[in-house]
Structure formats: structure tokens, C-alpha cells
Design a protein around this ligand. Sequence first.
Ligand SMILES: [Fe+2]
Length: 484
Amino acid sequence: MTKWIRSAQILNKSYTCQHIQSKFLTLGGSVSQHFYYTLSYKSADPHLLTRSRLHTYLTVRFKWWSINSGTFFRGSDTIGPYISLWSSTSAGHNLIKACPSRHSHTQQQSQFSVVCNDECVQVSFADRTLKIPLIWLRDHCRSEKFYNHNTHQKIPQSGLSELDLSPAEICLVDNNSAVSITWKDGHVSKFNLDWLANNFYPGKLVSQSKRQYWNNEIVLEEGLQTVSYNDHMTYDDGLKKSLTNLVKFGFCIIEETPVSQSATQAVAERISYVLQTVFGQMWTFTSDASRSDTAYTTQYLGAHTDNTYLSSPAGVQVFHCLKHNGSGGETLLVDGFKALDILRSVDQAAFKVLASVVIPHEYKEQASGNHPGYHLYNLSPVVTLHPISGEYISLRFNPYDRAPLNTLSLHDMTTFYSAYDKLSKIISNKENELRIKLNPGTILLIDNWRVLHGRSSFDGTRVVCGCYLPRDEWISKARLMGLL
Ligand SMILES: [Fe+2]
């Protein structure tokens, strides 16, 4: 028989469980009141420890009504504990009986505990606990009735908020890897626990561990990770390396590319179709002031993100310097998310202003020649965060394209300018800036929602070609490769 080491904390007093008797546990001490308590136990059986691996401790919280000698759980209909009995053998411990009471249910197994009340199911994993509302579970039912597995689309349920969603029965199934819920209307929903962990967890956009925020020192210590044109174009692993760098650092470099616009386009289209913008698809620019943008000059260009005047800025910017027969013209990069982390750590209030205040950006171009003229305009906050996790989604920072500020009250204006100045100083701090001299054959791809770009002033003739890639498509490709 398995021996257990266990203890209980009841009303701030510690009790040690004496031993396991057959299928029942006995708690040392005598208690007969209504209260919450926490029971922690650890298997001393090596086999169970192996089974549990990271989950050697299992903590269960539930309401307790009374403890009688020789009885593990005795439930109260009025308080509503769930009654469950577990057998423990050398082969593991198994739920042998589960009796839902009127108000709540509890189930447990070696890696999870599942608690249900009238409003939510609480699933405790080793690293977190999810409180999943019953209405969410019903809404996300993956049965054939409510989900088309061929099209991966929901079959909408109407009147969800009016349904009585207190489950008639809830139990662990499939070797305790899934929760089955029988609803009052007789419908049965089954949820794999891993699926719940992956899909309910709020804020699961990009694992922070897959991003590495950098400043000049960090990125140079890491060494610039480059991928050859041949690897990028020929092998899945090469493309995966390019996208890994793009996810991790917010930029990637492709080397040994043929010096042409068509090769640049091929590199870009290996990731996604090229975005059509007011600048066309593939563009080539030089300092001829042919378009209404500072990029078409020889002037210094401070770090910024592009397309802040669009409702959805381009996801990736592609640069390839085809020719430069002069000096200067280094490309500068700044990790916008690192800059935001710095601001957040030194001035939380300023950070909050930039994440909440909405400001306008615009692109204006007079009609002339082949250009029909444009006035693009967008209102957005400088920083967009995930509403639950606070994870960075995007940074829009382009002092060049800011439109007349007409979205703020007098008070908000003062706080906005102060916050914007603080972020600007962090962005222009040389410690946060990486400078790269792009030579013909080297293509730079930049995550335009995260990394800012600029360039030093230059002389001579400098010809750069490039394009934009849509955000959703490159993220989709990265997701399909398991990078997000
Ligand atoms: Fe730009």
C-alpha cells in the first residue's frame, strides 16, 4: 500500500495526517466546524513520484464540514463540498467515486485539480490556476454540434447568457487528461486539459521567453545572427532561423543576396506576399525627394516606426542597400519594447499615459504626375498592450508623422508631452541603439511593430530598395513553424 506524508492546515493550526487506511484518509485532530482548509500531501512512493514528476505536491482546497474518524470526505449539502474518494495503490491513485453536490464539485489527480462552482471551473496546473467561466466553456464547446472541425469554425449558439449553465455532472475522463461537462440541457462538452491551458490562458500572444529585449551591449554580446540567402531561400530550417531572429530580436539579416530588387522580393516573398501601400509594392528610393517623406533625402533620420498613419501598420519592413558610393548612411535600430521596459521601470505613470492617450498621425502627399495624392490619417495610442497580460503588442513612434494634436484636454496635453519626451530620450540614447552599415547583398528585415529604424546622414549616391510585409502573414508563418 502506498504510504503518504501529509499534513493539513486548519484554522491556522497544523495537523499531521496519521496514515492511510484502506481507501480512506484519517486526519489527526478533531474538527467539526464550517471552514476552508488546505490539504497538502506528498507521495512517498517512488513510482508515484516518477509519475508526478514536477507535481510531487498536490494541494487541494475545498470546504469541509466535518471530519469523522476513518472518513476522508464527508460533505455538507448546505455548504456544498464535492465528495470524492481516491484510492491509492502502487500503480497510482484513482478517482473511485465522484458525487456532485448541489453547489460545488472538486476533482483531483496527480497533475491537476479541478474545482467547479456555479460560475466557473477552476483548473490548477503546476504553474498556474485558471478560473474558467462556465459560459466560456459552453461557448468553446468543441463537440460536432457547436464546432465544425473541417473548417475550424464555430457553429454559433444563441442565448448563451440565458442558459442555466450549472453543470449536472462534471468529471475527469480519458485517463484524467480531459474534463467532461454534462450540462443541464443534456449536452456534453469535453475539454482536453492541455487545450484549456493553451487556449484560455489570457495573454498568450508571444511567450516572453521567445523575445529577447536588447540594447546595444546585449545585441552585440549575442552576436548578430545572420542567415545566408541560400539557406533562407532553400531550406525550411533556414527560413525558420530567419523567423526565429525576427521573433527574438525584432529584426533579422539575410546575407549573400544577389544585388537586385528581384532577389530582394524573393527573400520577402519567402515569408509573405508583399504589401501594397501608397509606395507601391517593391520600391526603390534615393535622395531625390521624389516622395513626400524624409527618407527621400540625405538627412539624418531619427529612430521611428513606419505607417503610424495606418490603422494597421506594416508588420515587417525590408531594406536592401543596392548601392552607396559615399560615406555615412548607417542604419540604426532600437528595440522599442526594451525602451518601453526602461520607461515602465523608471516612470510607470508616463508609461500609462502613452498606453492610454490616443494621438493622430498622418501622411499627406500632393497629387502630381503619377501620384494621385493622399491624406492618410489614424488615431491610436503610442503603445498597445494586451488588455489582460500587459504584454506589448505594438509601438507606434514617429515624430515625423505626428498630425496636429487635437485629441487631448489641456491637462492631458502636459502629461502626454512629458511622457513622449521621456520615451524619446530613451530611444535616442546611444546605449539603446544598434548601428549597421548595410552593404549590397545584405538584407535587413525589421519587425515594424517593435523595432524602430533610422539612418545617419550620408553623402554620395545611395540607392535602397525594399518593401513591406503584412503583420498577420509573417506572424502566421512564424506560428506555423512553432515559433509563437
Ligand atoms: Fe521609416
